[in-house]
Design a protein around this ligand. Sequence first.
Ligand code: ADP
Ligand code: CDP
Length: 206
Amino acid sequence: MIVTIDGVAASGKSSVASGVARALGVPYVSSGLLYRTATLLGLEAGLHLSDAASLLACLEKRPLRLEALAEGNRVWLGDRELTGDLHSSRVDQGVSVVAALPEVRAWVDAQLRALPEPFVAEGRDMGTNVFPHADAKFYLTASPRVRAERRAQERPEDVPAIEAALVERDRRDTVQSAPAPDARVIDTGPLTLDGVVGTVLAALPT
Ligand code: ADP
Ligand code: CDP
């Protein structure tokens, strides 16, 4: 079984995917972490973030591993854990440029499609492009202000600066962020995290 959870930036995708995965006893996989990994490695190598050929060469020769744990995904480069470096403002700002490159999207998609079922996959295009035949699809939304207030708990910047950056990233991600026609849209604004997880679990096919 494959469950997809897509949505706009900071709408709660990874927290909800983790809660659903834990309840089902399956892994979840964060596609965004792979785009963030490509961005971090590109920045650390001093590459131009729109230079697809150099980025891909850099990704393919490195010993990268995504650990798709239900409690939270972790990314490793050999023995070095990258997870803590993937949510910096520098990566936030560059990631949409990297995610616009078809070559990088193909690299991410190939890794996701190689995963053994069952799992929960979260991102932007899990229910449309990567797993169009998923068993259940969800799309999370919330107002930019609500999302910025939540993310302000995790970032040093203030709410208006975070909100502006989220709105700009949503704009740059528009192409790959359309909800699947058969996705159930959930506004997480008025709900608790447990409330969203419960809504998803209650809507799963039996
Ligand atoms: P995304 O993966 O979409 O960027 P996250 O899972 O990182 O989103 O969620 C952003 C923050 O919002 C997390 O700290 C999460 O715990 C918090 N949050 C608070 N309330 C909710 C809710 N009702 N639904 C989802 N996430 C919520
Ligand atoms: O957690 P947040 O919503 O802030 O971001 P994320 O899910 O980690 O995704 C980071 C970035 O990766 C997004 O802004 C998109 O540019 C890109 N992305 C994508 O293009 N397609 C996906 N399936 C997942 C992420």
